[in-house]
Write a protein that binds this ligand. Structure first.
Ligand code: NAD
Ligand code: WQD
Length: 343
């Protein structure tokens, strides 16, 4: 029997790639997205990749009345993958109430509507940001690393959402959950039909880097080379977005087939390899043959120095492993950058 999955935020960066992988694995997908940070053209491009057009409803998933209509229009939704959120760390500092309202109300609405609609579980998009800057003894970061006070309202909404899910399930809610803590997703689908579409000036490293390499931006600013790392620049765990998408399919199957017998699980999704900003720049140049114009500037406020995942729990228990190389991933980002204007 085909399992129907609701993907909130499904026209966004990670949601669109996950929709492709869900369809490739026989799931029927219903996308809900309010298009606050994406566009409906993504639906056409998902169809071009998989040959299957996902159902799409332009809805704010915090809107209870509208969401009740979605569940009524698409009966039999078995699981939810909840991507929909605002995610810009800097903006969250300027507009905290927007982030608390959107990121928390949207989850509360879904959790309140799940029981009456027979939804069996929810996979939640969390972030390694919940760990803050791990102490050296906790690097690489496992799921047992301590949660630290959030360094932004955005990060706090992720921590609060994790606690809401935990408390709902501990209260006996009739559904399960898997919480996925992503490290740094980068890259694009190999078809170059979908990828990261940042609005305005990219805040994240890789989209800014590819725009600088393409001459759209004068140069990339490297935020600091005076950290206590081998080359002085910050270290992160950059994970291919298709690898990340595939983890959601594995998690959804695990949850709906109740393979663990547990109502709530957490998994860190990373490669297990830390890469500095300067190493990533050099990997891009090696992978594409394209020079990246950059300069070293001062540190960016709020940046942590270094974090990368211990992915053994996801590898051994979830049964998922990141496989794409950083060179192939950066090539996919570059191909997407060059394809984007024609979309
Ligand atoms: P994105 O902005 O590309 O996608 C989010 C989508 O949700 C957008 O299409 C937006 O229009 C939609 N949306 C936002 N609020 C909504 C609402 N109330 N109702 C319906 N749709 C709504 O972001 P992304 O990079 O794909 O991130 C997806 C999820 O993963 C987010 O929850 C984010 O916090 C989390 N995450 C992202 C990263 C990253 O680096 N991209 C890292 C860790 C976690
Ligand atoms: C990576 C590294 C920067 C831009 C953020 C959020 C996190 C998650 C992923 C949502 C850092 C450096 C960046 C630039 C640079 N999002 N950099 N020049 O900060 O690790 O994580 O996105 O969940 O919550 O915090 O990602 O790509 O912004 O930065 O030098 O123009 O690149 O200092 O060391 P980050 P990023």
């Amino acid at each position: 029997m085909i399992k129907k999955i609701l993907v909130t935020g499904g026209t966004g960066y990670i949601g669109s790639h996950t929709t492709v992988e869900l369809q490739n694995n026989g799931f029927e997908v219903v996308i809900v997205d309010n298009l606050s940070n994406s566009n409906a053209g993504v639906i056409d491009r998902i169809e071009k990749i998989t040959g299957i057009r996902p159902a799409f409803e332009k809805v704010d998933c915090a809107d209870v009345v509208a969401m009740k209509k979605v569940f009524a229009a698409y009966p039999g939704i078995k699981g939810i993958i909840h991507f929909a959120a605002d995610k810009a760390v800097g903006e969250s500092v300027e507009k905290p109430l927007k982030y608390y309202r959107n990121n928390i109300d949207s989850l509360l609405t879904l959790l309140e509507l799940m029981p009456e609609n027979g939804v069996e579980g929810i996979v939640f998009s969390s972030s390694c940001t919940v760990y803050g800057q791990p102490a050296s003894e906790y690097l690489p970061v496992s799921e047992q690393a301590p949660i630290q006070p959030a360094m932004s309202p955005y990060g706090n909404t992720k921590q609060i959402n994790e606690e809401i899910i935990r408390d709902a399930i501990h209260s006996g809610a009739p559904y399960k959950s898997i919480i996925l803590r992503y490290f740094n997703p980068i890259g694009a689908h190999p078809s170059s039909k979908i990828g990261e579409l940042p609005n305005g000036i990219p805040q994240n490293l890789v989209p800014f880097l590819t725009q600088a390499a393409a001459g759209i931006r004068k140069e990339l600013s490297v935020f600091g080379n005076d950290y206590s790392t081998p080359d002085g620049s910050c270290i992160r765990d950059y994970i291919n977005v298709v690898d990340l998408a595939k983890a959601h399919v594995t998690a959804m199957n695990r949850m709906l087939e109740n393979r663990s017998g547990l109502p709530l699980e957490y998994f860190n999704l990373g490669t297990g390899k830390g890469l500095s900003v300067l190493e990533l720049i050099h990997s891009f140049e090696k992978a594409t043959g394209v020079k990246v114009p950059y300069k070293i500037v001062g540190r960016r406020e709020g940046d942590i120095e270094q974090i990368w995942a211990d992915p053994r729990h996801a590898n051994e228990v979830l049964g998922w492993k990141a496989v794409e190389t950083i060179e192939d991933t950066l090539r996919s980002a570059w191909n997407w950058q060059n394809k984007m204007p024609t979309l």
